[in-house]
Write a protein that binds this ligand. Structure first.
Ligand code: SF4
Length: 264
């Protein structure tokens, strides 16, 4: 397969993002309010984790918006736009961070573009420091086949650290049902590695809850779900799931790896 025809072609991704006016930035988002002390953030997270367990997702999102204001953002893999939509109901204009690895399926980029067009959110499309070609030159081609942890570090983990620099809290769409490694996901926790509060408003949702929300609100959803994918990441590391497998079984299927490092 030539570089030109690869699904995650960074050139087409760039054209798409620029055409929509998405911001691809190497600097933190501007933030109006003052940064909170990590000790205070930890206390806030621990109390909210206890008090909001069992609360509706919208209430958890509202707490985050009211507590952190513009120092709160949503992250999205653009598998679907459920979390972005949910938070936008209590915070129109909220920042939605998408990690544009340069190796996404075109269907994923289409969801990102649809979210930017249709939802009242500010999509921030964040790219790694190195293009795929530059990474190939420095680390050798197809690093994802040789050292996926290193590839994820370069293309996801470091860009997320950079993207989150201007926030005290971030929301992710993790759900306990997705895999054994996510079974104990709290609704609010302190992300000690980053010194930030992490909010998981839909942690307790089942797939049926997600499907019902998508249908109720006509939320953008990745076309690949209809083609047998249970979970969607970069195209080199994602395959269709088989009957009986958990939804994330198609991610890094040839490795022991189950998480990209964003949520560890
Ligand atoms: S998911 Fe695969 S291609 Fe994407 S950053 Fe991780 S190792 Fe690289």
């Amino acid at each position: 397969m030539s570089a030109r025809s690869e699904p995650g072609d960074p050139v087409s991704a760039l054209v798409s993002a620029v055409g929509l006016g998405l911001v691809d930035t190497s600097v933190p988002a501007p933030a109006g309010s003052a940064r909170r002390d990590p000790t205070e953030l930890r206390e806030l997270a621990e109390r909210a984790g206890r008090e909001l367990e069992g609360a509706p997702a919208l209430e958890i999102a509202r707490w985050a918006v009211e507590t952190f204001g513009d120092r709160f953002c949503v992250t999205s893999s653009m598998a679907d736009a459920v979390l972005a939509h949910l938070v936008s109901r209590v915070a129109p204009g909220v920042d939605v961070v998408f990690l544009d690895t340069g190796l996404h399926f075109p269907e994923t980029l289409a969801v990102r573009d649809e979210v930017a067009r249709r939802l009242p959110v500010n999509v921030r499309s964040i790219r790694p420091r190195l293009t795929v070609g530059q990474q190939d030159g420095e680390y050798g081609p197809r690093l994802f086949n040789k050292s996926p942890d290193e590839c994820c570090q370069l293309r996801k983990v470091e860009p997320l650290e950079r993207a989150l620099a201007g926030y005290d809290a971030w929301a992710a769409g993790l759900r306990r049902e997705e895999s054994p490694t996510r079974a104990n996901t709290p609704v609010v926790t302190f992300d000690a590695r980053r010194g930030k509060v992490k909010v998981n408003p839909i942690a307790a949702w089942t797939q049926a809850d997600v499907d019902a929300y998508i249908a109720r609100w006509n939320v953008p959803v990745n076309e690949l779900f209809r083609r047998g994918y249970g979970s969607i990441g970069c195209w080199p590391c994602t395959r269709r799931t088989r009957a009986g497998e958990d939804p994330r079984a198609g991610r890094w299927a040839m490795f022991e790896k189950t998480e990209c490092g964003l949520h560890l």
